[in-house]
Design a protein around this ligand. Structure first.
Ligand SMILES: [Zn+2]
Length: 257
């Protein structure tokens, strides 16, 4: 069954994603940072929006909902835990729920940390993970509403998804993340190679999203706090992974690069 995917840059560094299932003429938006570029992408493709899947309540993920809902009448599906802050929500979902859109199915994981009610959507069949601001290419979201240790538990829910799963995240933060990553995992040759690839892609104005879960597991320090070399680089050999993760998050918060 054919599924087409469009990555839509919005605002200064956000990404929305549009999935289109050809057989059922189902068109699904993941997060709605800004209506105009999303409408333009839909028009260009000749698709009519049928569903919006929302990962969390932040303005740069929801502020396009109202205009898109008005134009297309699409069904809005979002996190039960912060439903009151998702405009025009029709369906509230939580841990373990399965969202059906056309013939596609997405499993919902609750990933508290960045926000308390954040969710991510995993399309097992299509091998896609929409992680919002929980997990980024070579990074993770800031833990605004729950301690970093809770965000680490959330990330553990998705870390071991199949390696050929494409990770779509909410922002183009990858270059800054990569520059930080090499400071905390300096012996990782795969990471160094990836930094060079990312520098090249960004110099050419190309997106670095999506990435593959396998390469994230090998190079994203926020998936590797239980790796000895990462812990050692932080001077935390033998420490609890949650403590290492918390230290990584702290250092990234203070990283200038
Ligand atoms: Zn956010």
């Amino acid at each position: 069954m054919a599924v087409r995917i469009r990555l839509v840059p919005c605002l200064s560094d956000n990404y929305a994603v549009i999935l289109h299932e050809v057989d059922t003429n189902t068109t699904v938006l993941i997060d709605a940072p800004e209506a105009a570029p999303i409408e333009a992408a839909l028009d260009q493709a000749g698709w009519k929006l049928t569903h919006m899947l929302i990962t969390h309540k932040h303005g740069d993920h929801v502020q396009g909902i109202a205009a898109l809902k008005k134009k297309y009448g699409a069904t809005v599906i979002g996190p039960r835990g912060e439903a009151s802050e998702i405009p025009m929500i029709d369906s509230k979902v939580a841990e373990g729920d399965v969202v059906s859109v056309g013939n596609m199915k997405a499993k919902v994981f609750e990933t508290p940390g960045h926000t308390a009610g954040h969710i991510v959507f995993w399309f097992e069949q299509e091998k896609l993970l929409f992680a919002g601001d929980t997990l980024f290419a070579l990074g993770c979201g800031r833990s605004f509403e729950r301690p970093a240790s809770v965000l680490w538990q959330s990330i553990l829910k998705i870390r071991d998804l199949p390696g050929d799963t494409k990770l779509y995240c909410g922002h183009e933060y990858t270059l800054s993340n990569a520059r930080f990553s090499v400071t905390v995992d300096p012996k990782n040759a795969a990471l160094k190679r990836r930094l060079a690839e990312i520098e090249r892609a960004r110099a050419e104005g190309k997106p670095t999203v999506p990435s593959m879960m396998q390469e994230e597991r090998e190079t994203n320090p926020f998936l590797r706090p239980d790796n000895t070399e990462v812990a050692e680089a932080l001077g935390m050999k033998g420490a609890d992974p949650a403590a290492v993760f918390t230290e990584l998050r702290e250092r990234k918060n203070n990283f200038k690069g």
